[in-house]
Design a binder for this molecule. Structure first.
Ligand SMILES: Nc1ncnc2c1ncn2[C@@H]1O[C@H](COP(=O)(O)OP(=O)(O)O)[C@@H](O)[C@H]1O
Ligand SMILES: Cc1ncc(C[n+]2csc(CCOP(=O)(O)OP(=O)(O)O)c2C)c(N)n1
Ligand SMILES: [Mg+2]
Length: 351
């Protein structure tokens, strides 16, 4: 199979079923030097890119890479859709840059990978409009995602959280991390789908932006504390998190408390949304009608004791206070932990 046969065979023929009205703006997709999308002036165009690397974002092991072809295709789209919806926008299209090992350039692997990729595309309403294919010794998948937002709707940034706001998180957290760390356990197996096929909270993110009440929002990719640290830094606030309120899936409830909390606070890979709302807003069913994802209040925004420099990489842990059943969790009294936990989340580089 040549490079061009590969592209046309696996990525050119997209199912047009489920294409949205905005997709009519795609004038040219795969096949030319660039995709062409008509810009509807009263809309805002959002764009982001995320890369998944073999051995870093999914297993190094070739056997696993083979078995997980569908899930890897799905997850590559899902994590990008997650960034778009964390701004409140509607996902529109993606570009796929694939560095493909020779041993995966076959019908079995590419067929499953493309199936997973297009399954996610269909589920989240995005069209593949271009990309690039190269050969490499390891599998690297880089996806650029685009989204749209009417000008009348404000994107929800990380920078708007205010003292007194309540902090909410969607779904449940800690599942993906547990599945990654304990894949052979019964609970790990029950949670494997949360690691391999995360669900970006597309409807919830868009709804929160459209009702215009969320003061800040982001998705949890690196770990709750570290990611909330970014939100604190950009909003120049601190936060108080109630550990007994963290939403926990049925399988994860069976795990010993301290270990479960470590997964929830630092694990990452959940792709849930965290957002802040003024305390006066009651998150009623009405407000979230048409959103099936549960949301849970996990704490509140408090005053920052001292302004933090932008480059402070320890900001996450220093700006976030933990309480458990109304009592502060501190170095001196770390209960329910034996010792105060390391709250760093996932970092590609750390010194
Ligand atoms: N190599 C890079 N060049 C330019 N911008 C970058 C680069 N890496 C990250 N960024 C930007 O830094 C910000 C944080 O990146 P990242 O932690 O990857 O975000 P997220 O967790 O939302 O995917 C984003 O706005 C991203 O666009
Ligand atoms: C083999 C393997 N090791 C580790 C992880 C955990 N992991 C890898 S990257 C990551 C954080 C998210 O990835 P990143 O590239 O930082 O995404 P971004 O924050 O840019 O959205 C996590 C929790 C994993 N899923 N698989
Ligand atoms: Mg990250």
């Amino acid at each position: 199979m040549t490079e061009f046969e590969l592209i046309y065979r696996y990525f050119k023929a997209q199912d047009t079923e489920g294409a949205s009205i905005e997709h009519t703006a795609i004038i040219k997709d795969l096949g030319d030097d660039a995709a062409v999308v008509a810009i509807n002036a009263p809309s805002q165009w959002l764009t982001c890119v995320d890369t998944l690397v073999q051995g870093r974002h999914f297993s190094e092991d070739w056997q696993q890479v083979s078995e997980l072809a569908f899930a890897i295709g799905y997850k590559a789209v899902a994590v990008n859709v997650s960034d778009i919806v964390a701004m409140g926008a509607k996902p529109h299209s993606i570009l796929l840059a694939l560095a493909l090992p020779e041993r995966l350039a076959n019908e079995t692997w590419l067929g499953e990978f493309a199936k997973g990729l297009f399954h996610a595309c269909k589920q989240f309403g995005v069209r593949l409009i271009g990309g690039d294919t190269t050969r490499n010794d390891k599998l690297i998948i880089s996806i650029t995602a685009n989204g749209i937002l009417p000008v009348a709707i404000q994107p929800v940034y990380r920078s708007g959280a205010k003292v007194g706001d309540k902090i909410y998180v969607s779904g449940t957290i800690g599942d993906a991390s547990y599945a990654l760390n304990y894949p052979e356990t019964e609970v790990g197996k029950q949670l494997a789908h949360r690691l391999h096929m995360p669900t970006p909270r597309s409807i919830l993110g868009q709804k929160l932006a459209s009702i215009g009440l969320a003061t800040a929002m982001m998705d949890v990719s690196d770990g709750l504390v570290q990611d909330l640290g970014h939100l604190c830094q950009q909003s120049q606030v601190a936060m108080s998190l109630q550990l007994d309120q963290l939403p926990t899936s049925k399988p994860l409830q069976q795990v010993e408390l301290a270990e479960r909390l470590r997964c929830q606070l630092t694990g990452g890979d959940d792709y849930e949304l965290v957002f802040t709302l003024p305390a006066s807003v009651q998150l009623s069913q009405d407000l979230l009608s048409s959103v099936s994802t549960p949301v849970t209040c996990i704490g509140e925004v408090i005053e920052l004791q001292q302004v933090q420099p932008v480059g402070n990489t320890n900001f996450g842990s220093s700006a976030i206070e933990l309480t458990y059943q109304g009592t502060a969790v501190t170095e001196q009294a770390p209960y329910p932990f034996d010792g105060f936990p390391n709250l760093h989340g996932y970092q590609h580089f750390s010194s």
